[in-house]
Design a protein around this ligand. Structure first.
Ligand SMILES: Nc1ccn([C@@H]2O[C@H](COP(=O)(O)OP(=O)(O)OP(=O)(O)O)[C@@H](O)[C@H]2O)c(=O)n1
Length: 447
């Protein structure tokens, strides 16, 4: 086993809590250390998002030592302890063959040997542990070397590791894309062989992994890796089907729909999950909508409305919240509208600009343009409008409401709604000057 002397200077409450819990466990005769992603990130000079512990203490022993104790995954030997106001996940070390799905708690075999525990973990870079008592990173799987050479490699047999949990294949791609690492050849081959199995993963697990890829530092590379390994065809077959869908080269010199989508992802400047999913899905129905006219040119009529419907089905399958689903499907449905903003009726344009989803849709439009023909007139037109009339970011209150019509003696009826909408549109278009004029215009329509 390789031991690396390290002193981590970190003013993080989570780190301090994890170190003090590990030292406390050591004082009581148990083996204990920080483990998993936190040690990986510490060695890479990043601040970990959370700090997990591994120990030889069994859950009932932890319960005696820490007043704030909760068994969260009793069947896996995972507990939560509270130390100094910080909640820490503690895994009781288990034998390698005990990677279980939680359905057979009676089969869990604990071990006092941390070396044994790390053998059941997914990747060597996640299988290091840090012993704060000795100030040492302990490595019995070659994880330090893999971190240095930038490789994601399974601990032990790749096929076996992935068969224990197919989500690990997506995790491999996430870590490679996020850390700008390569997949170890044997790890990559195993993913290619087992990729179809990822289709059976629960939607919310796929969602969480892919979202982390899309909001990471290199979403385009992540999706390209998913495609190249066959994982994209398993978890998002509709996106994989964009490959090879040819578009008119005069508008799309960059190539087919998948290439265009990846280019957009590579130009994304912020880690906004709904924007990233809108990019990924904006042209999702192009394969289905594609027709070739007598002039030999490919066209994609109605791909935005068909796309919104298909995107909705995909997002439902991945268990998106209804708010996120609505924002993304609306962006897909509207994305072609931006090409005609300069000819849009004033009221329609104001409604588009005042929509809460507008900032996302505007950015989608910008990414779409810079990733194909590069024509930015519509984008610049909208920026000019926003600069000239910043108050247009919100819709005004309508000058006439139903109650005003009733007060003026109009009997409520089916025409109410249409008339109120028409008058509001005139108000938005600047064709009315005062509330009185608006009311008069409405009343005229009932005479
Ligand atoms: N399917 C999984 C999930 C997790 N792990 C192990 O459990 C640790 C903690 O998992 P998690 O918190 O999900 O990921 P981290 O590696 O901590 O990384 P991050 O927080 O960046 O996702 C991992 O490092 C890994 O050792 C595993 O072996 N197999």
């Amino acid at each position: 086993m390789r031991r690396l002397k390290r002193k981590f200077e970190l003013h993080e409450p989570g780190f301090n809590a994890a170190v003090s819990a590990a030292l406390r466990l050591r004082e009581h005769g148990f083996a204990a250390g920080l483990v998993g992603g936190s040690v990986r990130d510490l060695l890479l000079g990043k601040v970990p998002s959370d700090f997990d512990l591994v120990t030889s203490a069994k859950p009932e022993e932890l319960a005696q030592l820490f007043a704030d104790f909760r068994a969260v995954g009793a069947s896996f030997g995972v507990s939560l302890i509270g130390v100094g106001g910080v909640s820490l996940e503690v895994a009781t070390a288990r034998e390698e063959r005990n990677y279980l799905d939680g359905r057979h708690p009676e089969l869990v075999r604990y071990t006092a040997d941390l070396e044994c525990d790390v053998q059941r973990r997914d990747f060597t870079i996640n299988a290091l542990w840090y012993d704060p008592a000795e100030g040492e990173v302990c490595d019995c799987v070659g994880g330090i070397d893999d971190l240095e050479r930038g490789v994601v490699r399974t601990v032990g047999d790749a096929g076996r590791r992935f068969n224990e949990d197919y989500l690990r294949m997506l995790r491999a791609v996430r870590f490679a894309a996020r850390l700008r690492f390569e997949l170890f050849p044997e790890t990559r081959r195993a993913i290619q062989a087992l990729a179809p199995k990822a289709a059976g993963l629960a939607g919310e697990r796929i969602n969480a992994e892919v979202t982390r890829m899309l909001t990471g530092p290199d979403p385009a590379r992540a999706v390209r890796m998913l495609f190249d390994t066959g994982l994209l065809a398993a978890v998002l077959p509709e996106v994989a089907a964009l490959d090879g869908v040819e578009q008119p080269p005069e508008f799309h010199p960059e190539g087919d729909v998948l290439t265009h989508t990846l280019l957009m992802l590579s130009h994304m400047a912020c880690a906004d999950a709904n924007l990233a999913w809108s990019v990924l899905l904006h042209d999702i129905s192009k394969p289905e909508a594609r027709t070739v006219g007598e002039d030999g040119r490919a066209r994609f009529y109605a791909h935005e409305s068909m796309g919104a419907e298909l995107a909705g089905k995909i997002l439902d399958r991945l268990h998106f919240s209804s708010a996120d689903r609505d924002s993304i499907t609306q962006a897909v449905r509207n994305h072609m509208r931006f090409a005609s903003v300069r000819d849009m009726r004033a009221a329609k344009l104001r409604k588009l600009i005042a929509d809460p989803n507008f900032p996302l849709e505007l950015e989608l439009h910008r990414l779409d343009c810079i990733s194909c023909h590069g024509l930015m007139e519509c984008f610049v037109f909208l920026l000019d409008r926003l600069a000239a009339e910043p108050e247009h970011r919100r819709l005004p209150e309508p000058w006439v409401r139903g109650r005003d019509l009733v007060a003026a003696g109009v009997k409520p009826g089916p025409r109410f709604k249409t008339v109120l909408e028409e008058v509001f549109e005139l108000q938005l278009a600047g064709e009315l000057s005062t509330p009185e004029e608006a009311l008069e215009t409405a009343l005229e329509r009932f005479r």
